[in-house]
Design a protein around this ligand. Structure first.
Ligand code: GLU
Length: 481
């Protein structure tokens, strides 16, 4: 049987990291088995609907390389792929389920529910709606419906039984049916709840593997009762543990944690985000960590999914992003870093070379402005910075180095490349009886005013240009008195 998995996001306006992980695993489950990956938009909760949210879903999937085989934008044999366009289908199957005894029409008002809830509260019994409408015959219910009475369709659950299934991650799950509540399947506006739509759609779309957050694990027995009532095959379930921000809190966009778009905006590369996310709950047998999508399509397997919650470790993502940045062709990194460099540098410098210089050191693109802002304006700095234990510099050595550098630079005619400056500078230490660091550290300090810079004195000298270098070195000489 062909493996068919689906990503079924609700258009909420952003791609939560957890959603993206689900999408990724769904995609990989299908692709690793040569199957199909389907995109279905779950927009039946109209209150949560956000304008433009579906585009964010398409855009994100494209950015991370999750290509669906069927979906609202490309069609397929099992459409429509947007739930709000499937209203008639849900109505049809709700009526069938009623006939099969798996559901019933309900005419209860909110008031009725409230009364029961209150009574339960008074007696201290946990609330579970006992629907009087279960006792109305289908004929009578249909009469009331044709008279225009408002109704919902509720699941009917026989309380004397047990329902069990095997989840790929959580193993054997078994519950007594009396613990399950008979929830609404079709609302009075004719739209289905998730509880109903997922069953109908997954069946009609021939979905073989359902991957979703473990918050759905406790409702899955109810879905299975519907599958059974319809006489449909139950899909393979793979419920995923939550992604945590720390030991106690789930990662959540609502609590201000970053979404996929937020991370991209901060300068994380989509490929690195995806690579990191795939490891949040899954590991390869050989503990390999860096994967291309093509590799993942080959090696991913559901057995590698772990049931203990994964912690989203931003430091690890930063590291991994750095690995990906290092791998980029120079031109690509230049293109990506250009807007970040130009945020703080408005002078006309050789940005391409600057990009080359910083590529080995930057982990996330948003580190760039702060790392290079000294190129635009020399920051205020303390003379103490010239004294560096490891470089073995003192105020005297620094003064000598800067005075010699000033002389050297004044007489230099070739400032056209890093190599030219390198060749000119590097004869100096020996000539002056200094170590390389004793000559270069003071220059770097004078040119940048910073302890940490993403590249060395010679590269910075080239980027600043001869005149600016001279002027900064003279400021340094004055500081050192
Ligand atoms: N629409 C649901 C959500 O966004 C999907 C759950 C599922 O994959 O079945 O949480």
């Amino acid at each position: 049987m062909e493996v068919r998995s689906r990503f079924a996001p609700s258009p909420t306006g952003y791609m939560h990291i957890g959603n993206l992980r689900t999408a990724l695993y769904e995609y990989l489950v299908a692709k690793s088995a040569g199957g199909k990956f389907i995109l279905r938009i779950e927009d039946t909760d109209q209150e949560r609907y956000v304008e433009g949210a579906v585009d964010i879903i398409y855009k994100t999937m494209k950015m991370v390389g999750l290509k669906h085989d069927e979906g609202p934008d490309i069609g397929g044999n099992f459409g429509p792929y947007v739930q709000s366009e499937r209203k008639a289908i849900y109505k049809k199957y709700a009526d069938i389920l009623v006939e099969l005894g798996g559901a019933h029409y309900c005419f209860c008002s909110e008031e009725e529910l409230e009364n029961q809830r209150k009574k339960c509260e008074e007696t201290g019994v946990p609330f579970k709606f006992d629907d009087p409408c279960k006792n109305i015959s289908i004929e009578e219910a249909k009469k009331r419906i044709s008279n225009g009475e408002k109704y919902t369709v509720r699941q009917t659950i026989n309380p004397d039984g047990e329902v069990s299934f095997d989840d790929v991650v959580y193993g054997h799950v078994s519950v007594e049916t009396k613990t399950l509540d008979e929830g609404i399947l079709l609302k009075s506006d004719g739209l289905p709840t998730y509880n109903f739509a997922n069953v109908v759609d997954d069946h009609l779309m021939n979905i073989t593997h359902v991957l979703r957050g473990n918050e759905y694990l406790s409702s899955t027995p109810k879905y299975n009762l519907m599958y059974q009532a319809f006489g449909w095959d139950i899909p393979t379930y793979v419920h995923l543990p939550p992604i945590m921000k720390d030991e106690h809190n789930k990662l959540s966009k609502r609590n201000g944690d970053a979404s996929f778009q937020d991370l991209v905006q901060k300068g994380y590369l989509p490929e690195a985000i995806v690579n990191y996310i795939v490891l949040l709950g899954w590991s390869a047998k050989n503990d390999q960590e860096i994967f291309s999508m093509e590799e993942l399509e080959k090696v991913f397997n559901v057995e590698g999914i772990n049931k203990s919650p994964a912690i989203f470790d931003i430091e690890k993502l930063k590291w991994m992003n750095g690995v990906y940045i290092r791998e980029l062709p120079c031109e690509k990194f230049y293109k990506l870093s250009e807007p970040w460099m130009k945020q703080v540098i408005h002078k006309d410098i050789d940005f391409e070379t600057l990009a080359k210089c910083i590529q080995p050191r930057v982990n996330v693109l948003n580190e760039i402005p702060e790392a290079i802002d000294f190129i635009e304006i020399l920051p205020e700095y303390d003379t103490e910075m010239y004294i560096h234990k490891k470089m073995k510099t003192t105020v005297e050595i620094s003064r000598t180095a800067l005075l010699e550098a000033e002389n050297l630079i004044k007489n230099m005619t070739d400032w056209s490349s890093i190599e030219a400056i390198h060749d000119a500078f590097m004869v100096m230490p020996e000539k002056l009886g200094l170590k390389n660091g004793q000559f270069l550290w003071p220059i770097r300090t004078a040119l940048t005013g910073k302890q940490c810079t993403p590249t060395g004195a010679i590269e910075i000298a080239y980027l600043l240009g001869k005149e600016e270098c001279l002027s900064r070195i003279q400021i340094g000489i004055n500081k050192l008195g």
